[in-house]
Structures are given as structure tokens and as C-alpha cells.
Design a protein around this ligand. Structure first.
Ligand code: ADP
Ligand code: MG
Length: 604
């Protein structure tokens, strides 16, 4: 093992209590330690924070972390301090005197990580570049810089200056939501065109995915209540389309005895903060929210997410779903989908500045909702990721449609695409395959190509459905920047040249009829023997400690750490210190309280 790796692992154990890195974390750390720029694309919960925190701890000086939201900064700083890492944030909510004191400490090299907003970084840049020893600059939620992203923030666009001002300092851009265009754009905007991209699979295998379509208001509510009852005592979020919907939903759920509250951007800040705090502290089980909720918190033990309406695009859907199960333990996502949702969303899209793009994205979302192929497969190919097996953890996999070998059929379409230089869209491709005599086809000479008319036995609707499946499975993709022409992926090429077979779902006209969806997946599963009674006691202890320190329970220890504790039952400081997720600082801070509870429990 290299010296660097040994040092990185020592820091990981000391401050975080973990024994090993998640996939790709060490590669990123090594790259940054070599003084290089990079872009890190990992799903929510993938462990992006450690990619910059470990180098920050290993290198002399202070790391600057750009973060878009105050709440997010606070969450990170609190978590770091709870681990014994000297971290701080500079922001407008603190007095200038406080901010000055923090800067003093940064100059004295007493702070390893400093969180700032983008506008603050730009405003104070001259001061910083001359006086501070900066170890690296991390830009979190970096997709905010791109117009292509779904969460564009004007303050981020100035971050292009950072590379000019700090030419020798490694820059790391991190995000969990970057489609192909955003990825490219992001590097350019930051002026780090050569930066290496680290792309980790966006799969979140621990989250089960289900969609229920065509339900009326009352049926839907009943289904939601059943679902929440099946997740007793577990935190979750119900996403709604409008502010009014969130309030109605919270009212209906409360009337049925569920501990739920509404949360939306129109509420007074004070109230929002209180609700958010209660949720984070496990005092409130359910939040009914518009999309405004969730970005500012890193609560790792959200166990489920419900979309009471279809979201406007797959990026939003996946990001919202991703708020569940960040700790890697089992979580459930359920989405409701109706024709009414499509109409509402279509009118939003029409009113937006980028109508074409938004309508296209909406229709991909709709295709996901109606999918007859594994939903995870479809999601991941949407993010241009190769995923060539069925997941076994979505409703389509659990209740599969009829399949047939569709290789030849796919080859017809792929071959027609090759013969037209991949310069045509969906409609034109179907016309060529079906041998249409449209003037556009004749004008381009497409009636002369070999594959013209080979698919005339299939109706327009059938081709539509099968091409959709090819798209959903990642054989082809739509190039939005290129007149929405269809392009073939590497996987598609393998199919075209006979290296891979493809199974398709047989298309019937009533394919999209309502399907019953199985009962929501069950609560947390854990290998091994967890003493449930002890676990409850440990949770109470965690809560008491969190209250006393003014931090969230999951910052004291995650659900997983408590489960390991309830399994291993440490009674000494030494045993406690070796547990998964228990670092040096937390050992010293908490071993007495937890081992006392365990000893007491063992006596009985
Ligand atoms: P992201 O920013 O990518 O959404 P985080 O950095 O917040 O993810 O990490 C998500 C969770 O995973 C956190 O609770 C973190 O402590 C945990 N985690 C990160 N890296 C590791 C690791 N190497 N071993 C165990 N847990 C880890
Ligand atoms: Mg993060």
C-alpha cells in the first residue's frame, strides 16, 4: 500500500470511524493530492464530501468549499465539528465580527475547511488569494453553474474567475445531478476544460422504485396512508405539486393520526426552519413538501419518498427519490402518475422560458411512468449510464410483462440509423422503416437505402413502443443539442453487430392499462442479530445527546452505526472505538453514555 493511501485511511478512521473508502473516493483523493483539478459525479449518498474533506485534512492550509445554501453549510459544518474536524462557515447570518474572527483563525491555520457562498467567495477573493494558504477549492452542487442543469443559480456563473485567481490550487466540482450536456458545460464554465471526470454509477440499489398510475384523489390518499402505516416510525417526504396540495395533504394525514406537516416556499422562514428542525431531529415523521424542500438537508435516515404527482422531469424525480436512504440502508420510493399531472406539467412547460426542452423532458418522465422495462435500467440509461441487467427492486421487475427476443427488430432500426448517418429523429426513422412515400424521405433519398421499408409489418404505434424501449434500455439516445436526432450508444452498436441479444416487452394496445402494485416494501433489513429492544434504547440515548449538543441525531451516529452497536454490544471504550462509524473524537465524547446503556441492558 502506498504511503498516501495509508495516511488517508488513518484519517478516515480517526475522524469518521470508517475502515475503507467507497468506490472512487480514493482515486479522487489521490488525484487532488497530486494538485490536479477534477469533476466528481456521484449520486446522492455516494460520499462526495469525503472526496474533498480527506485531502483538506491531509494537506496544510485551509480548503474552501462553495455551497449554495446556508442550511447545507450549517449541516456540513455541524457534522464536521461533531467528528472533531475544525470547520467553519462565513455567511451573512453571522455578524461581521464573527466572520472576522473566523477569518483570523483561517489565517492562523486553525481551520481546515471553510464553507462560503459563491457570492462571498467572489467578493472576498482578492483578500484571500494574497493572505491565505488554500489547500483546495471544492464547488459543491456544481450543476448550479449550468443553464442546462435543472437548478441554475446566477451567483454560480462568476465562479469561472476562481481558476484565474487561484491558478495553482486544485479545483474540484461536485454534483449528483449532471446529464451529459451539464457535465460538458460545467467544466467549460469553470475554466477547467481539462479536468478529469470521475463518474460513479448513479445507481442507488437500496431504493425500491414503484409507480402507481391513474388513481383518483381518494384512492390515492388511502394508498398513501397504507404506505406510511407500513413504514411505522420511519421518516419520509411526500412531494406535492403545489403549495395548496402540501397543506391539504398534511391536513388529511394529520386527521388520520399521522405526524405530518406541510412545507413550502411561501411559509414564513421561522416556521420553515422549525419544521425542518423537527424533521431532522426525528420529532416529525412526515413532511408534505413542494420541491423547495430537501436540498438544504443531508438527513441520512429518510426511509421513504412519495411523489403524490409526477415530477416535471427525470432529473427532479431522481434527485428527490435520492433524498431517501443516503445511509445506504433499504428505502422505498413510490410515485403516483395521472393524466391530470401531465396536463398540469405541460402547461408549466409551455409557460417556461425553455418550452421545447421542458416538454421533451416531461415526455421522458412520462415514458418512465409508463415503462414496461426495468425502471432502474431506464433511469440509468437516461443518465447515459450503461446498465445491462434488470434490477429486481422495482415494480416492473416484480411483476414483469411478456418478453420476446427483439434483437432482429432492434437491428432493423439501428441499421436504418447508421445508413442515415444518425441524422434523423424518431418520426423520420419510423417513416423509413415503414417505407413511407413522404416527400421529405424521397428528397433525402432515404427510399434508396437498404433498410427502407423493412419494418412495414409493424404499425406506427408498435415502432413507437419498441423504439421507446430501445431508448429506455440505452441502445439509443436523443441528442437534444443536435435537432433531437437519435444516436447509437456503445451498447446499441454491440446489438447491431450481433454481439448482444435484446429482450423486448411485447407491445399490446392495452399495455398501459392500470396495473395493481404490490404492497410497499418492508422496513429496514439488516444482516445479523440486532437486539431491537437495545436499539430503541440506543436511539433514545442518541436523541438525548443530540438535544444536549444542539445537533441532529443522525450527526451523533447514523442508523447503521446504532444497528451495529445493538449487534456488537460494546461495553468498554476500546470495543466502542473499533465500531463501524465511530471515530476518535466520538469515542471520547460518547463511549461512556452508550456503554452504560448497553451494560444496563445486558444485566437484565
Ligand atoms: P453525497 O454528498 O455524495 O450525497 P455524503 O458525502 O453526504 O454523500 O455521504 C453520504 C453518507 O455516506 C454519509 O453519511 C457519509 O458519512 C457516508 N460515507 C461516506 N463515505 C463513506 C465510507 N467510505 N464508508 C462509510 N460511510 C461513508
Ligand atoms: Mg453532498
Amino acid at each position: 500500500m502506498q504511503d498516501l493511501e495509508r495516511r488517508a485511511l488513518a484519517v478516515l478512521k480517526k475522524f469518521y470511524g470508517y475502515e475503507s473508502f467507497h468506490p472512487m473516493q480514493y482515486e479522487v483523493i489521490e488525484h487532488v493530492m497530486g494538485g490536479n483539478d477534477c469533476v466528481v459525479l456521484m449520486p446522492t449518498g455516494g460520499g462526495k464530501s469525503l472526496c474533498y474533506q480527506i485531502p483538506a485534512l491531509l494537506k496544510p492550509g485551509c480548503a474552501i468549499v462553495v455551497s449554495p445554501l446556508l442550511a447545507l453549510m450549517k449541516d456540513q459544518v455541524d457534522s464536521l465539528i461533531a467528528n472533531g474536524v475544525p470547520a467553519a462557515a462565513i455567511n451573512s447570518q453571522q455578524s461581521e465580527a464573527q466572520n472576522r474572527e473566523i477569518m483570523e483563525n483561517v489565517f492562523k491555520q486553525n481551520i481546515k475547511l471553510l464553507y462560503v457562498s459563491p457570492e462571498r467567495l467572489i467578493a472576498d477573493m482578492d483578500q484571500w488569494s494574497s493572505d491565505m494558504l488554500i489547500s483546495l477549492i471544492a464547488i459543491d452542487e456544481a450543476h448550479c453553474i449550468s443553464h442546462w442543469g435543472h437548478d441554475f443559480r446566477p451567483e454560480y456563473t462568476q465562479l469561472g474567475l476562481v481558476k484565474e485567481r487561484f491558478p495553482g490550487v486544485p479545483i474540484m466540482a461536485l454534483t449528483a445531478t449532471a446529464d451529459r450536456l451539464t457535465r460538458i458545460d460545467l467544466r467549460e464554465q469553470l475554466g477547467i476544460g481539462d479536468a478529469k471526470m470521475f463518474i460513479k454509477s448513479f445507481d442507488r440499489p437500496n431504493i425500491s422504485l414503484s409507480v402507481v398510475s391513474g388513481m383518483s384523489g381518494r384512492e390515492k390518499l388511502k394508498r398513501i396512508v397504507n404506505f406510511i402505516e407500513a413504514h411505522k416510525g420511519q421518516s419520509g417526504i411526500v412531494y406535492c405539486l403545489s403549495r395548496k396540495n402540501t397543506e391539504d395533504m398534511a391536513k388529511s394525514l394529520s386527521a388520520l393520526g399521522i405526524n405530518a406537516k406541510a412545507f413550502h416556499a411561501g411559509m414564513p422562514t421561522e416556521k420553515k426552519l422549525r419544521i425542518q428542525r423537527d424533521f431532522i431531529n426525528d420529532d416529525l415523521q412526515v413532511i408534505c413538501a413542494t420541491i423547495a424542500f430537501g436540498m438544504g438537508i443531508d438527513k441520512s435516515n429518510v426511509r421513504w419518498v412519495i411523489h403524490s404527482n409526477m415530477p416535471k422531469n427525470i432529473e427532479s424525480y431522481y434527485q428527490e427519490v435520492g433524498r431517501a436512504g443516503r445511509d445506504g440502508m433499504k428505502a422505498d420510493a413510490l410515485m403516483f402518475y395521472s393524466f391530470g399531472d401531465v396536463k398540469t406539467l405541460m402547461s408549466f412547460a409551455n409557460d417556461s422560458g425553455q418550452t421545447m426542452v421542458n416538454i421533451e423532458k416531461l415526455s421522458r418522465m412520462q415514458q418512465f411512468a409508463e415503462a414496461t422495462v426495468c425502471r432502474r435500467r431506464m433511469l440509468l440509461s437516461y443518465f447515459n449510464e450503461r446498465y445491462d441487467h434488470d434490477c429486481g427492486n422495482c415494480d416492473v421487475c416484480n411483476d414483469p410483462p411478456e418478453r420476446f427476443n427483439g434483437t432482429t427488430l432492434c437491428q432493423m432500426a439501428l441499421s436504418a440509423m447508421v445508413r442515415t448517418d444518425q441524422n434523423i429523429g424518431f418520426k423520420m426513422l419510423i417513416d423509413i422503416l415503414r417505407g413511407s412515400r413522404k416527400s421529405e424521405i424521397i428528397a433525402h433519398g432515404y427510399d434508396k437505402i437498404k433498410t427502407y421499408g423493412v419494418g412495414h409489418d409493424y404499425s406506427n404505434a408498435m415502432w413507437n413502443a419498441y423504439l421507446l424501449q430501445m431508448l429506455q434500455m440505452g441502445l439509443i439516445y436523443i441528442a437534444y443539442e443536435n435537432d433531437e436526432h437519435l444516436k447509437i450508444t456503445s451498447y446499441g452498436n454491440e446489438v447491431l453487430y450481433g454481439k448482444r441479444q435484446v429482450m423486448l416487452s411485447r407491445f399490446y394496445y392495452d399495455n398501459y392499462a392500470k396495473k395493481p402494485v404490490k404492497k410497499a416494501a418492508q422496513s429496514i433489513e439488516f444482516e445479523g442479530d440486532v437486539d431491537m429492544e437495545l436499539l430503541e434504547k440506543l436511539k433514545l440515548t442518541r436523541r438525548a445527546i443530540a438535544k444536549a449538543h444542539g445537533i441532529a441525531p443522525y450527526m451523533v451516529f447514523s442508523d447503521k452505526v446504532l444497528m451495529v452497536m445493538a449487534q456488537e454490544k460494546p461495553t468498554t471504550k476500546a470495543q466502542f472505538g473499533t465500531l463501524y462509524g465511530v471515530g476518535e473524537f466520538k469515542t471520547n465524547a460518547y463511549w461512556l453514555q452508550f456503554t452504560a446503556v448497553i451494560k444496563e441492558h445486558l444485566k437484565k
